[in-house]
Design a protein around this ligand. Structure first.
Ligand SMILES: Cc1cc2nc3c(=O)[nH]c(=O)nc-3n(C[C@H](O)[C@H](O)[C@H](O)COP(=O)(O)OP(=O)(O)OC[C@H]3O[C@@H](n4cnc5c(N)ncnc54)[C@H](O)[C@@H]3O)c2cc1C
Length: 642
């Protein structure tokens, strides 16, 4: 555990290339004096390891603006004028540029500003190279095309325009790979919570990898209980929860039951209504992390029912959605069937959008070759290009030139390096986080500013760990590990997808990207306070702390399979997202969502003069299609202005 990880170690006998050894801090330090760091020949953010996602440095300016300590002074006027300036280079900002050009014509001049060193927002690519050629990809944020609700015609149309054939997913996914090695989803119990460390198969399952534990249900429960460090009463309760068909609220109508379940957490339902042992709650605590960024203490019981969690089979609830359900719990078969995963997640969508906007920057022709295409960052912001993407640029003020009612122009002030500059545009779309907008545009009406400020963000972390082989997973017979109370609550082998020239790791002797997820919430608090506490936690946690926890967790989980962190870990990228998912309304904490009333995101997204408002926040829906739909609406909003 305490030996140094030598990242220059050999992977399959081949040294890791120098590219993976760079850190973001090193890059930014090296380029501190450069006016245009993106023009440097070695500028290639996807290869950076260490702390990524919201990487170091991006908060300096926004937090100073928030705290009122930022002095704009007299900005430099670049003299640049555009038809449209978009603030935010995530999927919503890129899609806004796409829709605007489609409507206003190919000669439209558009500038996109983003504060990160890479475009894509949450949809980020992690790239790892072995000397000798092999590239491994990971998703730094957005995992896949998936949404509980069906994609709209607009969002589907954009996906099709980009050349993505969602229906071909079955051909690119090697669904039987892990099953062919006898691997199953597993659960890791940690000694701090359950008394001892233990790894056993997970009765919750995992549809992605199509693995099915062998034997009858009774055999499976027996095997699970033999290994699980839970009280005997908890084991009996857990099985009861999964198998018994009991109505825990007899005498109530389905609607009345749903109304009651909308007002209590799933954890409370389990302990106070279903009467289960507290170890069952501990075991299920992190089941909703990937969707809610919250434990079951803050997930409404009605939503747990919608998500198919155990305990509701005998409650005779009508299948229709209940009032106040979280949009994640309103799952539709059509929505669930529309699924596609690129090895770098939806970063490939962002890259296809950029190819479409600035073809020279992302060479190639198809949604297949995109996977291995290298972005030419130096070409993103070319003077003669009608569409430009300016990275490392934080907007600090967006205001109309003159009276917003009659003004013909918007002035956008942004910080790039140590310079504060302005550009002007006929229209502006703010596709950035809503919480930032009141600081950028003080002239927006107070009521709308309050609605914008209420858009909480859900913090989470996607860590990618490259290991030199996955024989330890094979020996232990595990493909994905749910760890309800560990530092990272998920540890999974990469989804085995091969697209174009990019092959997935097919043999246990080959290197592999392990995906780990951490949700820094604070159980017991209301949802928004949990997210704020989690965000503070992420700001305060160093990469070294992450690394120590990753090694500790991996060795405790996998050592019995022969895993040695000092030997086996080749690279770590921690994708930190303090401003992660758009907040989705929750019946326990958002009264208007359950009882009716003004919906904040609707108030927040109203256009103001020549300024339109996009971003997934505008729909309070944390999905790619939400970001696209809001881009489409915001584009229509600004196009109304002559
Ligand atoms: C870890 C993670 C996993 C996810 N997985 C999925 C998934 O599998 N499927 C799915 O459909 N959705 C997923 N989502 C949600 C999805 O990624 C988002 O809904 C969508 O990508 C949001 O896009 P956006 O453009 O609205 O916002 P963002 O991606 O947040 O982009 C906004 C951009 O604006 C920038 N910005 C903010 N303020 C300023 C400023 N003042 N100046 C300049 N730039 C600024 C931000 O830094 C950011 O780059 C995931 C999200 C996260 C965080």
């Amino acid at each position: 555990m305490h030996r140094r990880i030598r990242r220059r170690d050999f992977l399959n006998g081949i040294a890791v290339s120098a590219g993976t050894l760079l850190t973001a801090a090193a890059l930014r330090g090296a380029d501190a004096d450069s006016a245009d760091p993106e023009k440097a020949p070695d500028y290639y953010p996807p290869e950076l390891t260490g702390m990524r996602g919201d990487h170091d440095g991006i908060y300096r300016v926004p937090h100073a603006v928030r705290d009122g300590t930022f002095q704009i002074g007299t900005p430099i006027d670049t003299g640049e004028e555009y038809d449209l300036v978009v603030v935010g280079g995530g999927i919503s900002g890129l899609a806004s540029a796409h829709f605007y050009r489609a409507a206003a014509g190919p000669r439209s001049r558009i500038l996109i500003l983003d504060n990160h060193d890479d475009f894509g927002g949450h949809a980020k690519r992690n790239e790892f190279h072995q000397a000798g050629g092999r590239m491994l990809l990971g998703y730094g944020g957005t995992f896949s095309i998936e949404s509980p609700w069906p994609y709209s015609a607009v969002a589907k149309g954009l996906i099709a325009d980009l050349g993505i054939d969602v229906s071909s997913f079955a051909q690119v996914m090697n669904r039987g790979l892990y099953a062919s090695y006898g691997l199953n989803p597993a659960v890791f119990f940690d000694k701090e919570t359950f008394g001892r460390d233990a790894l056993t198969f997970d009765p919750g399952g995992d549809w992605y990898t199509d693995t099915a534990p062998k034997g009858s249900a009774a055999d499976q429960w027996a095997a699970f209980f033999a290994a699980a460090p839970m009280a005997d009463a908890a084991k009996a309760d857990l099985r009861r929860l999964y198998e018994e068909k009991k109505d825990y609220l007899p005498g109530l109508t389905s609607d009345d039951k749903k109304a009651k379940l909308a007002r209590i957490s799933y954890a409370k339902f389990l302990t106070d209504i279903a009467g289960v042992h507290i170890d069952v709650v501990k075991f299920l605590q992190a089941r909703a992390y990937p969707l809610f960024g919250l434990g079951i203490d803050a997930v409404p019981a009605q939503d747990a029912w919608g998500l198919g969690f155990p305990g509701f089979a005998g409650m005779n609830l009508d299948p229709g959605f209940g009032r106040g359900m979280n949009r994640d719990a309103m799952r539709t078969p059509e929505g669930e069937a529309y699924f596609y995963h690129f090895p770098d997640g939806n970063s490939s969508i962002a890259r296809l959008l950029v190819r479409n906007l600035i073809p020279a920057a992302v060479p190639g022709d198809t949604a297949t070759d995109i996977v291995t295409t290298r972005t030419r960052y130096a070409l993103l912001d070319e003077k003669d290009s009608p569409i430009r993407i300016r990275l490392n640029s934080t907007a600090v003020r967006v205001r109309h030139v003159g009276d917003p009612d009659t003004s013909k122009q918007v002035e956008i002030t942004y910080v790039r390096g140590d310079r504060t500059q302005t550009v002007k545009a006929s229209r502006c779309i703010l596709a950035c986080w809503h919480v930032m907008i009141p600081y950028l545009c003080p002239e927006i009406p107070d009521h709308q500013k309050a609605a914008l400020a209420s858009a909480e963000k859900v913090p989470l972390v996607y860590t990618n760990v490259v290991i030199r082989d996955w024989t330890s997973f094979q020996r232990l017979g595990v493909s994905s590990i749910y760890a309800p109370s560990s530092y990272h609550s998920e540890m999974t082998l990469d989804l085995p997808v091969s697209i174009g020239n990019y092959p997935c790791s097919r043999k246990p002797e080959e290197p592999m990207v392990i995906h780990m997820a951490r949700v820094p919430c604070k159980p017991g608090l209301p949802s928004r306070l949990q997210h704020r506490a989690g965000r503070a936690d992420l700001y305060a946690t160093t990469f070294e702390t992450f690394e120590r926890n990753i090694r500790d967790q991996m060795v405790r989980t996998l050592a019995a399979g022969g895993f040695d962190p000092a030997r086996d870990i080749a690279a770590i990228t921690v994708n930190r997202w303090p401003h992660g998912y758009a907040y989705q309304y929750n019946s326990l904490f958002d009264k208007f969502w359950l009882d009716g009333g003004e919906i904040p995101c609707v108030v927040a997204r109203q256009p103001f003069g020549r300024i339109g408002i996009a971003n997934a926040d505008a729909g309070a829906y944390a999905y790619t299609d939400g970001a696209i739909d809001q881009a489409y609406r915001a584009t229509a909003d600004v196009l109304v202005k002559a």
